[in-house]
Design a protein around this ligand. Structure first.
Ligand code: NAP
Length: 285
């Protein structure tokens, strides 16, 4: 059996077209949806991510403001910028690109973002909203994974979903989203014993670790859905995920590739959250 691919590029195109339609409808009402992206320092990977986010906004009818600051920017000055963006009615989403320089407390900066503009979904209020089923913004990467499952019409109710990884930005929110859809959820991490014994029971596996070949064919139940969040480099320097793609695709029913899987979905869900925020703001006025 060769697994069917869940194509993150194709799904992103569909979802981004919906964002563009919603942006045009808002513009017709005099509201231009706006995202502010704040970058501190010269981290090369961050510069690429930020460029891609700004371009995705421009391509889909959203206004974006890129604020770039030197690595020496003080924490107080960054907090002041966030506060100004909180008050700016033209800005509906605020994203502070992580990591921040070591002298800045990243969590403090995230907590300074007004929750209605927290389109990354990292604020503790957003985490609490997800946990309790209240309205709020969901972190983009796990939200994108949920959209991928939705796109194949996968019914999660009663299924066993195993999430490998428990970070605040991927693993934990992923587990909560799967739980909200009535899956039975197991979370694995670096202290988990016999990972394969657990993943072999899974109808859905989400790998969010950051290590190559964490999930190999012998660890996967035939027909399972495998979502690969990982972003690593192989020996040739090419982008690869956490999953041994060549082996696992012969066992799984569905699988996401790397690249072209979860990666593009993350930016797509940022656009979705931003348009949602702009619509909420427009409704409130
Ligand atoms: P992270 O904060 O480093 O968390 C990694 C998690 O994996 C931790 O919970 C860790 O357990 C667990 N882990 C480590 N070794 C393990 C092992 N051998 N078996 C089982 N679990 C293990 O990373 P993250 O931010 O969640 O990101 C995970 C991966 O996703 C990275 O490759 C990252 O680049 C990628 N990512 C991709 C996107 C995208 O858009 N595609 C977005 C975000 C992240 P402990 O908690 O016990 O340490």
């Amino acid at each position: 059996m060769t697994a069917q691919l869940i194509d993150g590029n194709a799904l992103s195109r569909t979802l981004r077209a919906e964002v563009a339609t919603r942006a045009a409808a808002l513009k017709a009402r005099g509201v231009v949806p706006g995202l502010a992206v704040v970058l501190v320092g010269e981290n090369p990977a961050s510069q690429v991510y930020v460029r891609n986010k700004v371009k995705a906004c421009e391509d889909n009818g959203l206004h974006s403001v890129l604020e770039k600051y030197p690595a020496e920017l003080s924490e107080a000055d960054l907090l002041a910028r966030v506060e100004a963006l909180n008050k700016d009615p033209a800005i509906h989403g605020i994203l502070v690109q992580l990591p921040l320089p070591a002298h800045i407390d990243a969590q403090k900066v995230i907590e300074a973002i007004a929750p209605p503009k927290d389109v990354d979904g990292f604020h503790v209020a957003s985490a609490g909203a997800l946990m309790t089923g209240m309205p709020g913004f969901w972190p983009c990467t796990p939200y994108g994974c949920m959209k991928m499952l939705e796109s194949i019409g996968y019914e999660l109710r009663g299924r066993h979903a195993v999430v490998i990884g428990r970070s605040n930005i991927v693993g934990k929110p992923m587990a909560l989203m799967l739980l909200a859809k009535n899956a039975t959820v197991t979370i694995c991490h670096s202290a988990t014993r016999d990972l394969g014994a657990i993943t072999r029971q899974a109808d859905v596996v989400v790998a969010a670790v950051g290590k190559r070949n964490v999930l190999t064919a012998d660890m996967v139940k035939p027909g399972a859905v495998v979502i690969d969040v990982g972003m690593n480099r192989n020996d040739e320097g090419k982008l690869c995920g956490d999953v041994d793609f060549a082996g696992v695709r012969e066992v799984a029913g569905w699988i996401t590739p790397v690249p072209g899987g979860v990666g593009p979905m993350t930016i797509t869900m940022l656009l979705v959250n931003t348009i949602e925020s702009a619509e909420r703001a427009a409704e409130a006025t």
